[in-house]
Design a protein around this ligand. Sequence first.
Ligand SMILES: NC(=O)c1ccc[n+]([C@@H]2O[C@H](COP(=O)([O-])OP(=O)(O)OC[C@H]3O[C@@H](n4cnc5c(N)ncnc54)[C@H](OP(=O)(O)O)[C@@H]3O)[C@@H](O)[C@H]2O)c1
Length: 298
Amino acid sequence: MRILITGSSGQIGSALRHTGSLPGQVLYGSRKARNEADRLDIGDFSSLEKQLSRVHPEVVINTAAYTAVDRAESEPEKVFRINAEAPELIASWCRDHQARLIHYSTDYVFDGSRREPYRETDTPAPQSVYGASKLAGETAVQNTGCDYFILRTGWVYSPWSGNFVKTILRLARERPRLTVVNDQWGNPTSALSLAGVTESLCRQDARVRGGLYHYSDNTTMNWYDFAVHIVESAVQRELLIKPPEITAIPSEDFPQDATRPVYSVLNSERIQQQFNIRSGEFQTALEACLAWLQEHDI
Ligand SMILES: NC(=O)c1ccc[n+]([C@@H]2O[C@H](COP(=O)([O-])OP(=O)(O)OC[C@H]3O[C@@H](n4cnc5c(N)ncnc54)[C@H](OP(=O)(O)O)[C@@H]3O)[C@@H](O)[C@H]2O)c1
């Protein structure tokens, strides 16, 4: 099997690279690739098409995305090009060449007005440019009629790229006191868990029908709870010598450019029922991320 990964220096791309468990021959495409043959900018449509034709993958794993949620508010054209138009082009190529596409979307397609975990059948209503662009990407992929898996997930963290775990660890080393919002709820999900799910989907028989699936690790919490877990676990591992004092604050005391859903918990039953893929256990996944950071002295 020939697999092309886009965005391979990001969180999910790096997790796929470091777990190294994908079947077959894998090309790790990235804007940052040192090797010319692996260089891939999905916003440059003519070179994207050339790469697809050259590699001729049987599976494309599209982890590349514009993920800077606040910055997205000020450059919507660029965001839609990367998050909607590029996935459409990739999906069209997959349809025309009988390839399968594995694509990722976000809990931020929802407005957060519910208080029960969102299912795939719930109506999206994004509140931000990022959320709207990811929803447009989902729709574009589905409309091409290609063979796709779209995985909606949320609150992704990993040892790589920028994320909440790494930010909290850095701030906890720098400052005696931290304030973290406690009125936005979601499911912290490890990119390593998502790499495992992606691998399982890659191994599905070509006759298995794809579709839209929610996947998150198994615990619901707010950002303040998440920060407390990170700091406690880091102290236990001696990644952190002195824990900072952490104070919970409301979102209105932490203004951000993009509106985020106050509740974006995902119901992952469908993927479990269909493929026997169970949600990863939150604490185990967090420990694995911290262990990796410790081992590599980050
Ligand atoms: N992070 C989250 O909390 C979260 C939550 C829900 C869903 N998701 C979705 O999960 C997927 C993967 O997210 P992630 O957390 O792994 O994101 P990430 O760490 O920000 O990685 C995204 C990657 O996309 C690459 N990229 C951006 N523009 C590109 C372009 N024009 N051409 C090629 N590559 C480009 C970036 O490359 P550079 O390194 O060169 O900038 C980066 O490596 C995305 O679809 C995202 O929307 C993420």
